[in-house]
Design a protein around this ligand. Sequence first.
Ligand code: KG4
Ligand code: ZN
Length: 353
Amino acid sequence: MRVLGIETTCDETAAAVVRLAPDGTGEILADEVMSQIAEHAAFGGVVPEIAARAHVEVVDMLIARALHRAGLAARDLDGVAAAAGPGLIGGVLVGLMAGKGVALATGKPLIAVNHLEAHALTARLVAPVAFPYLILLASGGHTQILAVRGVGEFDRLGATLDDAIGESFDKTAKLLGLAYPGGPAVEAAAKTGDPERFALPRPLLGRPNADFSLSGLKTAVRIAAEQAAPLSPQAVADLCASFQAAVVDVVEDRMRVGLKRFRERIGTAPQAVVVAGGVGANLAIRSVLAQLCAEAGLALVAPPQKLCTDNGAMIAWAGVERLRLGRIDPLDFAARPRWPLDPKTAPALNNKA
Ligand code: KG4
Ligand code: ZN
């Protein structure tokens, strides 16, 4: 089974081909990504109109290149998967329409993929992870703790009430004059900083539900930066280290609660703990999760960095997972700016999912 995956929900245009391997995981035959970071950098964030236009300009070329790298013609595919949301609607439309075009021209089934489900299933592309598992899904637009019971079966155990973790890294970087995207820049600066120089809050620490709140932390960083102005490079590094240490403490506490809620809700311990989304690339966050898992006797699955940030392989893999269960979608499937994974749970305020 070979599936093309197309991703255009944010600021990466991506196309990939993934094949179902005999061991049940996936084999990536081609994985093309074109980042628009340079086009948005001057604005310190993603500008939706610029993003949509940039996707239009390259999406066909990336699809052709992915097929060429995989050594396949479009007719050799078994299905065409495109991210149909949630995301910036102009961009989502570009990728979904491109996918529909390939599906219509070849007569192959369309799989309309939820971008968040794709992040959540990526662990199974790289390792034989069985259901149910606990996942921290943390990117620029989303921060959720989920129990993944199966393909399309999610229980949301917690989510951010305001900013996403990646967003808080991006805003901290912007405030301190660091490069966009902020996550890698803040992590790099934190390496030479003192995490104890600035006493920053740990919002919601100790609360019985697994929710996050990050906007107060962002405000505390701004006030500390104003008080320490003019900022020396060392002060910037110290602020980054102090900010990252606060996030790490929050993640540890919230995931501890997430594990407890998982056992209560599902009735068993998870088969594994997974971290996904762009923030999963952060080594300090990975290391505190590894420690938590070691204590609980659980395996931590953290897909390689390239598969944590937005990519086409994760969309293709979600397509494989759905296609093998016979879950295909009609060609009139509409793009969705919002698309919660767990419709039973009312979306948290401003959670963008
Ligand atoms: O999943 P992703 O590529 O796109 C979204 O769907 O949002 O995630 C991008 C987000 C950005 O906010 C970026 O700053 C953050 O992930 N990020 C990081 C790191 N690398 C990327 N955050 C913290 N530490 C990192 N090393
Ligand atoms: Zn994403």
